[in-house]
Design a protein around this ligand. Structure first.
Ligand code: SF4
Length: 369
């Protein structure tokens, strides 16, 4: 019968400092060369850690390089225009992260003289910096013994200890932060945190079978020994995501397309979108919407539909391409076009890529134009 540790068995998980030596030896031999590892610049480490939340290293790399080229230090991030910032973040999703980064950068400039505070507690007070990021920056950039526990680390450590605690439960995270705090070595805490990130990305991987044959812990990992890697990490089933139906309207004449700014705050706040109506509306309702804005609809055609999945909800989108008469203004002369509500704009095809950040959720509709 399979032996396992039950949820909540805190007493049975004893921190084991002997895991560190083989882990660091493996890391020294196998670590990937990554641009944010070249020096211990807290700005670079912080940017990479925020980008790497929910995105793999290979996918992040071009975004990271573009971001660092445009905003090479905390001062330039603090001073950046919001639209430039959103544009640089386009494709990574979770736009509140980059907004919070800018708030944090401004705090660093105003309250810390342009230098990141070298302490876990002070880093934690910066906007958008949670326990994981504060631990990563404090340990990697400043050599502090601060744990950095994310989903990867929880997967590895619960497998190591054959612990079936729910890894989505904050108590489990706290338990392993305490575990790590007791085993992090004073001389290389940042390397241990990075070694675990690396192990989680390349060996004890999130999807698919772990590559236990290449793991520095194969002779001590209880999940491996007890054939429990399919069952650990354990995640309690979450409530189903809420489904929202939307109708996306691609309203355009021969030259211009209509977009509008989403309200500040809330999901995708301040980004641009093609106008969207709640629910799946009829073609008559879609044409009426265009007419009420002052356009003269000529034809209407259903587009392909698309689904976009956020953390807590799904957008199930249908769309219409509404061709309207040439009542659009010449560029820069809005007096000749319909009087549009605040936030609406008529743009030329290339502008959506160049000047306006469109959420990934609507990318499929951009392709249909
Ligand atoms: Fe993960 Fe296998 Fe290593 Fe255990 S031995 S930590 S399951 S890769």
């Amino acid at each position: 019968m399979k032996k396992m540790t039950n949820a909540g068995d805190m007493a049975e998980i004893k921190p084991d400092p002997s895991i560190i030596t083989p882990l660091l030896a493996w890391y020294d031999e196998n670590k990937r060369i990554l641009p944010w590892r070249e020096d211990k610049d807290p700005y670079k480490i912080w940017v990479s850690e925020i980008m790497l939340q929910q995105t793999r290293v290979a996918a992040v790399m071009p975004y990271y390089e573009r971001f660092l080229r445009a905003l090479p230090d905390v001062g330039s991030l603090a001073a950046a225009e919001e639209e430039k910032l959103l544009k640089l973040w386009e494709g990574l999703g979770y736009y509140n992260r980059v907004r919070n980064m800018q708030k944090a950068a401004r705090t660093v400039m105003e309250e810390h003289g342009g230098q990141f505070p070298p302490s876990y507690d002070l880093l934690l007070r910066l906007p958008g910096i949670g326990e994981y990021t504060a631990g990563a920056v404090a340990s990697i950039a400043f050599g502090k013994c601060a744990p950095a526990v994310d989903g990867n680390v929880l997967r590895i450590l619960t497998r190591l200890t054959a612990d079936r605690s729910d890894v989505l439960d904050a108590k489990t995270k706290k338990k392993y932060a305490e575990y790590l705090a007791r085993v992090l070595p004073k001389d290389r805490p940042g390397d241990v945190n990075q070694a675990m990130m690396e192990l989680g990305a390349t060996v004890c991987i999130p999807n698919g079978q772990p590559k236990c044959g290449s793991c520095p812990w194969q002779d001590r990992c209880l999940a491996h020994q007890q054939d429990l890697t399919d069952e650990i990490p354990h995640k309690k089933k979450k409530n189903a995501r809420k489904i929202e139906k939307k109708t996306v309207l691609l309203i355009r004449d021969d030259k211009y397309t209509l977009i509008r700014k989403r309200p500040e705050g809330g999901l995708l706040g301040g980004m641009y979108e093609y106008p969207m109506l709640e629910g799946w509306v009829s073609s008559t309702q879609a044409k009426s919407f265009a007419a009420e804005l002052g356009f003269v609809p000529l034809s209407i055609k259903k587009t392909d539909s698309d689904i976009f999945i956020f953390t807590h909800k799904e957008w199930h989108m249908q769309g219409y391409l509404v061709k309207v008469a040439d009542t659009m203004p010449e560029a820069g002369d809005e007096s000749k076009g319909p009087v549009l509500p605040v936030g609406y704009r008529l743009i030329l095809p290339g502008q959506i890529d160049k000047d306006y950040a469109l959420p990934s959720a609507l990318k499929a509709f951009r392709e249909m134009l």
